[in-house]
Design a protein around this ligand. Sequence first.
Ligand code: NDP
Length: 592
Amino acid sequence: MAESLSISPDVLHRRYEEEAQKRIEFGVRDYIDMVDIADSDFDRDPYAEPLVRDALVEETDVVVIGAGWSGMTAAAYLTDQGVTDYKIIDKAGDFGGTWYWNRYPGCQCDVEAYTYLPLLERIGYMPKQKYATAPEIFAYAQLLGRTFDMYPHALFQTSVTGMEWNEERQRWRVTTTRDDVIDARFVVICGGVLHVAKLPGIPGVYDFAGPAFHTARWNYEVTGGGPEAPMDKLADKVVGIIGTGATAVQAVPKLAEAAKELIVFQRTPSSVSPRNQRPTTPEEWAEITAEPGWHERRMENFIEGTIGMQPEVDLIQDGWTEMFYVDPKMPARNDEEARMLEEWDDLQMEKVRQRILDTVKDPETAQKLLPWYKISCKRPCFHDEYLPAFNRDNVKLVDTDGKGIDRVTPKGVVVGDIEYPVDVLIYSTGFDNTSPYHHRLGFDPVGTGGVTLSEAWAKGMYSLHGTLADGFPNLCMNQALQGGQHINIAYASTKTSEHIAWIIARALEENVVIEADRPAEEDWFNYIIQSALPYFAYFANCTPGYLSNERKDADESMSRSACYMGSAVDFKRELEKWRSTGDMPGVIRTPL
Ligand code: NDP
């Protein structure tokens, strides 16, 4: 492994910029979002038995929209607070959110399960391995649903089509694709962070004659097998997979084992570091869980260990805490520190590149797999079988040198002048995370005075803690914009759920309508933007991707979408401090 840089930092950084510029100049980074083609075959739910039920006309205290971790933890904490008159609505056929939809082969969580799984200490479940597989996580979501008795409250295979504030009744009216009409005192939107799958916005996506699907809608009827069983229908098939992000890194080795031939179409390589998966032993588990409060401590330790806080003990000891023992994104206090942070970043990426050169036998393929950007420009991946897959005779890498594929034809995929015929086409092209919030939700809430969220936020978002918004009474949102963030996405969303449940329980108890006050929202925005500004410089010269907002120039609206960039633990403490005042500062409370 590299101890020092093999090329000069100037040359390296020039290469980084050239690679980024190349991708910006190609300018073909449009996408087709699933919310815009919800009726197409691409968005069909391959996992659920079609459900028939009558439309509901009901009144309830709370409607929770979304049944992934944020919706589920909101429901759990509402139950803790004694609020049990609620409905939880999701388009999926069960609980789990991301873990309902993502059933592609090899799918697992890259954050260790002992840290990642929400409410793990309360549930008392022992994960089978350090990094849980998708089926195990989905089963855990179902267990969480049963433990907190959420199933009777759930409306699955149901999408919200709209919600409107009725000023006379002081209630939200929520409508759905199943013609439900539900009037609720409160609505909690838990739309998820990466829930809208996207396809490349290139010609021919609908023209391919064979089976084609997105990784988040894996079609096992076509591939055979299952998330944990070999795909037995691909042995005579040429399979093409577009994209080489965190998802493809997990799926490619399984496809390589199953397909006659696998063609991997790459626009930008991922960084892939060692995974070191291992089973959980009862002895280790007893040690981890020995002291009450262990889960909270472990989650906090992971956060501290991955934002350069260098806690005395590293409880996690994995690739994340090794790579981010120093966090090069953090604002430097002086030139010397800036140099040290840059050097750390450069060295980590040098290690990543060296591992590729050491693992991939064909030098030309190895060169194409080298990532030329800083460590946080894309989500770093950890995998032990991805790179070796390129040593197999049946796996071919088609590198598009930053441009992306040109088009899809009835027969296959075109890159430059060459058409690559395939039998099965898989889009591993990610999720929309940069379009306006209402677009990703798939509906546009109508607040006080008939003003929609898209109108109210036309010049950017206004919120208190990312959860309450003026003009939208009794609406709570659980999302990262103006809220907390971390590699362990489940942490901030769980803390936000706890916060929201507390607010709703107080408001129900006091029989008031709540609404954020605009000056308080401005104070919050000014506070978070101070925490976020120093980080903008890091992402400003990243290779395009969702973490760098595809390198679009930041306007006012984009800067208002900043997250709180202090630590996620500090975000939790901010929320706790606010709750401890008892009188909801910055919130207007109007008696019903
Ligand atoms: P990504 O957005 O990371 O990757 C999409 C891939 O598709 C990229 O390689 C992208 O290239 C490529 N692509 C898009 N359009 C084209 C095109 N026209 N031609 C060729 N290639 C194209 O999506 P993923 O689903 O891989 O991951 C999304 C996120 O999901 C991750 O960042 C992570 O946060 C999460 N995830 C988490 C996991 C976990 O274990 N916790 C596991 C898997 C995913 P380019 O890079 O150039 O844009």
